[in-house]
Design a protein around this ligand. Structure first.
Ligand code: ATP
Length: 315
């Protein structure tokens, strides 16, 4: 008589898993927000950039689909089908025609609703982890196709690096850039901001004539990314959603001012905020600016990061 198969047997033999996937946060070096489309999304022209703040998802064999979580903001997240990790696992299983069985554990370091696409990152991590665990062997482009239905930022986090996003942000093309590492300071605020609310606030500001001029083309930024000078890059970074985030959270203006006073080359609100990101001239400056921001009490926490880094990867 043979013994019944147990979920951990494969792991013990070392055949399958656990699969550990690390996924980065994103910032938008250029977030150009165009008109509102009929489907309720805005037309975007954005340059995504993956930075070295990571969530980690571990996937193990299981006989149901189960999720556990620890870290940043997880107390506020449900473990059910509203969680993007669970939605991503179901989407991949449906596409590949396999049972969505896995034990998933998420360790979050990307702040919740911070404008760093943490939820989208977790969805990308789940696609990559489950693809490896289930042996479905999809290409990155196929995973990005599934990702697009889960959220506009999810395809970018499958690829990482620096990339152009068009459509509602889901259509990704890589950007030709010199292999340079840029140094960032990430100022994390208390509490989050809702992305849909920030877009609605921008529409309201634009309707009332109170919004700044839209950013326009990405050409200057793309040119700067082909050079190695952070001062040139600093002049080309911008975010159309920043006015909306500042209207919703006026204290962010103090954070931006404090970063620039501490020597940052430039600072912007990341995506829909409330996280602010600052470009530093080098790694030592980034450390110093982070310490000064923390001491000034203008953010909950300041972390240094570099970019670009790879997207969701096993290992
Ligand atoms: P973006 O920059 O893409 O607009 P964000 O960084 O502002 O996003 P997220 O952390 O991605 O915000 O979270 C947005 C919302 O997504 C959360 O408020 C939460 O309701 C939902 N969500 C679902 N699953 C997750 C998850 N695993 N992690 C974070 N948020 C999740």
């Amino acid at each position: 008589m043979t013994e019944a198969w147990r979920p951990d047997d494969d792991e013990r033999r070392g055949a399958i898993g656990p699969v550990r996937v690390r996924v980065p946060a994103k910032v938008n070096l250029h977030l150009g927000v165009g008109p509102l489309r009929r489907d309720g999304y805005h037309e975007l022209n954005t340059i995504y950039h993956a930075i070295s703040i990571y969530d980690e998802l571990t996937a193990r064999r299981g006989d149901t689909l189960a999720l556990t979580m620890e870290g940043e903001g997880t107390g506020e997240l449900a473990l059910d089908d509203t969680n993007l990790v669970i939605r991503a696992a179901h989407a991949l299983a449906g596409y590949a025609g396999v049972l969505p069985h896995a034990r998933l554990h998420l360790r979050k370091q990307i702040p919740l609703a911070g404008g760093l696409a943490g939820g989208s990152a977790d969805a990308a991590a789940a696609l990559v982890a489950c693809d490896a665990l289930w042996g479905t062997g999809l290409s990155r482009d196929e995973l990005a196709g599934i990702a697009a239905d889960l959220g506009s930022d999810v395809p970018f986090l499958i690829y990482g690096g620096t990339a152009l996003g068009t459509g509602r942000g889901e259509a990704i093309s890589p950007v030709l850039a010199r292999p340079t590492s840029w140094h960032w300071v990430v100022a994390i605020a208390d509490g989050g901001l809702s992305t849909p609310t920030a877009y609605r606030e921008l529409d309201r500001l634009r309707d009332s004539g109170a919004a700044g001029a839209p950013l326009g083309s990405t050409d200057a930024l793309l040119g700067a990314l082909r050079q190695r000078d952070p001062r040139v890059l600093a002049r080309t970074i911008g975010n159309d959603l920043q006015d909306a985030a500042l209207a919703m959270r006026p204290a962010l203006a103090d954070t931006l001012k404090a970063g620039e006073a501490a020597g940052a080359l430039t600072g912007i609100v990341s995506g829909s905020g409330p996280t602010c990101v600052f470009l530093a001239a080098n790694a030592a400056d980034a450390e110093r600016i982070a310490a000064e921001l923390t001491a000034a009490g203008v953010c909950r926490e300041a972390r240094v990061a570099h970019g670009p880094v790879a997207g969701a990867r096993v290992g």
